[in-house]
Structures are given as C-alpha cells and as structure tokens.
Design a protein around this ligand. Structure first.
Ligand code: ZN
Length: 195
C-alpha cells in the first residue's frame, strides 16, 4: 500500500494522511488484524485472502483532485487503475483521520478491481447494496475504519505492538458512518479533474 500525492496545491490534511497511510503499510499488526477479522459481508473471499491481496499491491496509487456533487467524498473509476479521486468540496469538513480512512477505503476498491489476480476487473469485496446498515461489515468500510482507529491510537501514543490487542478487545467503530462518508464507483471525466 503506497500512495503518491503530488498535486500543485496540495491539501495539508491529505499530505499528513498519505504520510500516515504509507507508514501503516509497513506495520505487521495492521495486516494481521485484517487477516483475523470476522468474515466481511457481500463477499466470499476470506479476510486472510483480502489482507494478502492488499499487502501484495505495492504499486503506487495516485491521488487526484476532483469537484463532484457535495455528497461524494471520494471516487474510484473502474476505467482508471490505481487512482483515487478526492473531492475538494468535501475537504473543509474532513479531518486528517477521516482522510486516512478515505484513502485506505478507496485502496481496497483499487486492489479489488485492478489487482486481484484471476478475479480482477470484477468487484469481489465491495459494498454495492442500497441498504447501508451493513456497510461497516464490508471490507472497504471495515478496513478504512481500522486504519482510522490505528491513526487514533498512534496519536494517543499507544505503541504499535499494543494496538492490535486494543482493537481486538474493543472492536472497530463505524467512523465513516458517523461522519457521513460518501463513496462512489463511477467514471470520472477529464473535465472534472482539477490539475
Ligand atoms: Zn467505497
């Protein structure tokens, strides 16, 4: 999991979030936690297999700016490999921790669609349903929320080797649901990209 963010006028919150997410990638306990999670909903792929696939993706994922309708926080375009589009209209109401959550959530979509071996170019562990109540139990939401929880524990100066036990004991809160995160999987036309 490696992100690059080279926008001409970068958002300081995303700069910080990218730095943390890139660090998170080298933390063994983070991947173990995903591997040991309860089975996610709307998928037959096991958490252990998902953890392995995410971890195996070491290609750089680029972050680009777009302007979308207000409700969407971030977009994955099935026609655009390893790219995350973040909506500048949603920057103002999002903290660094929310941005960490967003990046890791979208990374799950990227790997699912573009880096999933024989099953690529299909959605194998996503959240398509209209009913949103199960969202925290899907792989993209749960793993994004886990990343935010690790950000929280890191900022509380909890040592890396103790974070896993804390999360195991207390579970992963639904941060994305609480702050009304909006994810879209859609084609992003060039005209919407802010260079
Ligand atoms: Zn999503």
């Amino acid at each position: 999991m490696k992100f690059a963010y080279t926008h001409a006028t970068p958002d300081p919150g995303f700069v910080e979030a990218v730095a943390f997410a890139n660090e998170l990638s080298s933390m063994e306990g983070f991947w173990q936690e995903i591997a040991e999670a309860e089975q996610f909903t709307y998928t037959t792929v096991t958490p252990a297999a998902i953890a392995e696939r995410l971890r195996a993706c070491t290609d750089v994922v680029n972050i680009l700016h777009i302007k979308k309708r207000p409700i969407t926080t971030a977009v994955t375009d099935p026609g655009m490999p390893l790219t995350i589009y973040v909506n500048t209209r949603r920057f103002h109401n999002r903290r660094v921790r929310d941005k960490v959550n967003t990046l890791v959530h979208e990374f799950v979509h990227n790997v699912d669609f573009f880096r999933d071996g024989a099953q690529s170019k299909r959605w194998n562990y996503t959240h398509w349903v209209k009913d949103h109540s199960d969202r925290p139990k899907t792989a993209p939401y749960w793993i994004g929320n886990l990343a935010e929880r690790w950000w929280e524990l890191a900022n509380q100066h909890v040592p890396e080797d103790q974070r896993r036990a804390i999360v195991k004991a207390k579970g992963v809160p639904d941060f994305a649901g609480a702050e009304d995160f909006g994810c879209e999987i859609a084609h992003v036309p060039e005209s919407e990209i802010e260079r």
